[in-house]
Design a protein around this ligand. Structure first.
Ligand SMILES: Cc1ncc(COP(=O)(O)O)c(C=O)c1O
Length: 379
């Protein structure tokens, strides 16, 4: 039985070229980049090269990239780092953030901005939540459950107006914009100044790179309290001997996905359209969740009314088809998805929904087979 893997939002298979780029840093080039002999200096130079390549895709300076152990740590550094630097401040996040943003944000004076039934942040309502003490806004770039792409640029333009007003009034508090781009690296433009963000999370494990690798873009001048103290690596913002193979792998993976993303997006868009058209034709009761227009090209999220999603997922699994009920990152929780609920779905609807996320190896045949099986199983 051939596996049909439709859970790329949870994990992506590592690109063989990425593995190849990493290999020598486990063996011959094992040196600690902080040592001062030539071999170490050469490893340190390779890290700086990786940093430069990542900075290129983010339209950033290399000194603005802080390597972390993945998306969760980058999000924690962004939220805790800013909020601890400004203890008098408050934070506003969207209601559809990943738990690795929500959980740290809940520790502070925090508010959630609602989303529309389409899964898009309501920009006017978000702006209304901002007051004179708001120091941080954190909005996911593309949502990990329904794949909706948030209006980051529009939000950053509005924040710029608020900053100008604050300046006039002599309010010295910053108003930073963070975006969690953990799901976006393989599909979207990550250029931070085009987006107008001050902080951005990227994640290697979602872009055909190694898990437990990632980075936080920290724009020059952003004031952040480090969360991991020690040897002072990463300009004091993240101590600990560098994960050299991971850093090399992250840069290689980002190069490969960003170089190919126009072509791959086009291919996935066609598969996404086919998937949705077939669902509409063969499962007329199925409902697609989230905006179709502002959406990652690899995501199809469906409610199958009156069908138990866990059971359906297991039935698919038995036939070799891997899908997800809710977010894999909250897989241990039995609670209905906070993302779907904030879009207005009932508990029952949320518990009748499955996420399918396609990837590089997904074929037209995979999609046809999946929809045929879904039609049989939900008949
Ligand atoms: C949007 C988003 N942010 C953050 C994370 C956390 O990433 P990690 O578990 O790799 O640390 C994930 C993981 O699924 C995610 O989808």
């Amino acid at each position: 039985m051939k596996e049909i893997y439709l859970d790329h939002a949870a994990a992506t298979p590592m690109d063989p070229l990425v593995l190849e780029a990493m290999r020598q840093y486990f063996t011959e080039k094992f040196y600690n980049p902080s040592a001062i002999y030539l071999n170490s200096l050469s490893v340190a130079a390779d890290i700086e090269d990786a940093r430069k390549r990542i900075a290129h895709w983010l339209g950033a300076k290399p000194t603005e990239i802080v390597f972390t152990s993945g998306g969760t740590e980058a999000n924690n550094l962004a939220i805790n780092g800013v909020m601890q630097a400004y203890p008098e401040g408050n934070v506003v996040v969207s209601a559809i953030e990943h738990e690795s943003v929500l959980a740290p944000a809940r520790q502070y004076d925090y508010q959630e901005a609602p989303v529309t039934p389409d899964g898009l942040v309501d920009v006017d309502k978000l702006i209304k939540k901002i007051n004179n003490r708001t120091v941080l806004i954190s909005i996911i770039y593309a949502n990990n459950e329904v794949g909706t792409i948030q209006p980051i640029r529009e939000i950053s333009v509005k924040l710029q107006e608020i900053r100008a007003l604050r300046q006039k009034k002599g309010n010295k508090l910053p108003l930073y914009l963070h975006t969690d781009a953990a799901q976006s690296g393989a599909y979207l433009d990550l250029h931070t100044s085009r987006l107008g963000v001050d902080l951005m999370t990227i994640n290697g494990g979602k872009i055909y790179g190694p898990k437990q690798t990632g980075a936080l873009f920290v724009k020059a001048g952003v004031n952040l309290k480090p969360q991991i103290l020690g040897g002072g690596q990463e300009r004091g913002l993240r101590s600990g001997t560098e994960n050299v193979p991971g850093i090399i792998g992250l840069a290689a993976a980002l190069d490969l996905v960003q170089e190919r993303h126009h072509e791959e997006n086009q291919r996935l868009r066609e598969l996404q359209k086919l998937f949705i058209d077939l669902l509409t034709e063969k499962l007329p009761k199925a409902v697609i969740n989230g905006s179709l227009k502002h959406r990652l090209p690899n995501n199809v999220h469906v409610t199958f009314p009156e069908v138990d999603n866990e059971r359906l997922m297991m039935q698919l699994d038995e036939k070799g088809i891997r899908a997800a009920a809710g977010s894999a990152c909250a897989a241990s929780s039995q609670e209905p998805s906070h993302v779907l609920k904030s879009m207005g779905l009932s508990d029952e609807q949320a518990q009748s929904s499955l996420r399918f996320t396609m990837g590089r190896l997904t074929t037209e045949q995979d999609i046809r087979q999946t929809v045929d099986l879904l039609a049989q199983l939900t008949a």
